[in-house]
Structure formats: C-alpha cells, structure tokens
Design a protein around this ligand. Sequence first.
Ligand SMILES: Nc1ncnc2c1ncn2[C@@H]1O[C@H](COP(=O)(O)OP(=O)(O)O)[C@@H](O)[C@H]1O
Ligand SMILES: [Mg+2]
Length: 354
Amino acid sequence: MSLTDDDVLAAGPGAGPSRTGPVPDGEPLLEVQDLRVRFSRAGRHVHAVNGLSYRLAPGRMLAIIGESGSGKSVSSRALMGLLPSTAAVTGSARFAGTELVGMPEAQMRRRRGADIAMVFQDPARSLNPTMRIGTQVVEAVRAHSDMDRHAARRRAVELLSLVRLPVPEQRFAEYPHQLSGGMRQRVMIAIALAGEPRLLIADEATTALDVTTQAQIMELLVELQHRLGMAVIMISHDLGLAASYAQDVLVMYAGRGVEHASAETLFSHVRMPYTRALLGAIPLLERESHALLPVVPGQPPDLSALPAGCPFAPRCEYSDEQCGENPPFAEQEPGHRWACWHPVPDPAPRGERS
Ligand SMILES: Nc1ncnc2c1ncn2[C@@H]1O[C@H](COP(=O)(O)OP(=O)(O)O)[C@@H](O)[C@H]1O
Ligand SMILES: [Mg+2]
C-alpha cells in the first residue's frame, strides 16, 4: 500500500496500515508509567529518567520541554530501544496496548519505524553523505515493505512530495550536501514516514534551522499530523515553538514530568514554579517564537546524587520544609497535572473567568 496524497486524503485521518492493532476509543496511543532510565558506569549511576508518566492520545501533538539534561531525549530513545547497554530501563511504556519496556531487540527492530519513528536535530549527521538522497529514501521504503525497486522508487518520490521537497524527481540524484538544512530535514522526515508510523518523535528537529525554516518544518509536521492521523511528540527547549504548534505540553525536570496540560491551559494557568521560571517575565504572546528559554537561576540537580525531595526545591523561591518530600505528579485540576506543594497562584483563576 502506498501513501500518496490522494490515498491519504481519501482515507482520512487514522487510516493506513499499522503493525499494532487499533486503539479503542478513549484509550491512549502511548501510555508511559513510572519510566526510569539509569546509566551505570564504573559503579557510578546517572538517574536520567526518574518516574516519568504521561499519556498521548492518537493523532495529538505533544511538546516535551525542559532544560538541557532533563531527560527528554533519553526517555524518548527508551521507547524505541535506542539506548546503549549501560542503560537500565524499568517501568512501563505501552504503545497501542503493547509493552515496549523489555521488548526483545529482534522484535523492537521490526517495529521500529513502523509504530514509532524518530527525527533528530542534525540531518547532516543522520543522512549518509556518500549516498544519493533518493537511494536513502528507497532503502527506507524497502526496509518496511517487500516492494520491488521500481515500486519503492515510486513510493520514495511520493514521500518526498508529501514532505514538500520541491521537484523531488530532480532531487533524487543529489547528495545531502547539495541540499539546504531545511531540505535535508524534509528528507529525514520522508525517511521517518517510510514505515507509516503512528507516532513521529521530532527531537529538537528544528533547533539547528533558521527561524523561517523552523516555522516551515513545524507547519509541515502539523500538516502531516492531520493528513496522516499521526501523533507527534516534539521535543524542544523552545516554549514559544511549543505554544505555537503543540496541543499538549509536558514540562520535564530531572527526568520526571512536573507539569502537563493542553497548551492553552498550561500557558494561561501555569502553576508549577519551574514552568513559571521557564516562561520568564515576558508574556508568551509578545515573545518571538524563536526566543530562547530565559535562564532559570541556579543549577539543574546532579543526576548521580538526586535529593530525596523535590529536585527543583534548591532553585525555587517558594520552597519550604514540606519540599523535603517529593510532591506527587497529580491531576490537580481537570486535564492539568503538576508536581508541587506550593504552586504559584493561577494567573487567570478559573472561578473568576466569565
Ligand atoms: N549514554 C549515556 N550515558 C550516561 N549518561 C547519559 C547518556 N545519555 C544521556 N545521559 C545523561 O542523561 C541525562 C539526560 O539526558 P538527555 O535525555 O539527553 O537530556 P535532554 O534531551 O533533556 O537535554 C543527562 O544528564 C545526560 O548526561
Ligand atoms: Mg535532547
């Protein structure tokens, strides 16, 4: 089955073959429960992910944000079985009902790209510099199907059109260095789409691009999300980008979720002091979309010696003795979770809204 624009439009969102079964109404596509990743080397342990829990509904776009080192990449790579052998992964991550944690590598390899595919920050490094881009897309198509070369080539051209690579037939014979950064990222997305994934994880996929190209790639991801009925996780440290494109936002700190809500709720009713600090003093809508995160005073915690209590407490102006105990990441308002004993006052209290 090929994935032309017409097929996709005719079939509508949610259609298309998948390796896992359908998700019953109201069930999440992905349910991460108390996920933990610990790296061990020479008797030293780095606790990169520390009880991460979230749910993602089919076809939604979730932004995962947080400072560098908060565990965004490691937790996502854990879903794909893409961590080195020094990593111990525990907890649960169910994709369409199937447990991913502890899945044997052979099975994981078959599913990788078909259920979940990933796009990274640096397409120059992910693409093979010595191979024509057409060949690289054809190989990705053939890795996921038993198409002959001819059919796979047709499909590869379709995928390159789907990601809006101009004149794909002409580009087919070119090498990665002949393409701009934005075009290379489109090729990477085409390769990621070759297995018709139900979830695409874009890990800082637009970070290396200029602002205009960044917006174009984000708009492409939104378009693909809607046309293919595909869920997207965009990992970013750019709150403006998350606010502009994602439907849901999960804020991570020290390998754990600390605030999670719809983008609308999170940005108008921020409660977790860490998210508040990330937002800074500037109202989000007045900020340029490429604005960098304001620097949060203080240092992120040492992941090899995490405190027993709230890991943000040492940097938090609201902290007191109670914060010596780690607050639960609980749903405190409908659809709004945060982990804090002393949340900041709701900037737009719900009771007072008309
Ligand atoms: N292979 C590894 N071995 C040891 N520590 C690692 C490894 N990969 C990542 N880490 C550590 O895990 C933590 C989380 O990293 P990461 O998920 O890449 O952060 P983020 O993507 O949020 O910037 C960091 O402290 C990082 O140094
Ligand atoms: Mg990262």
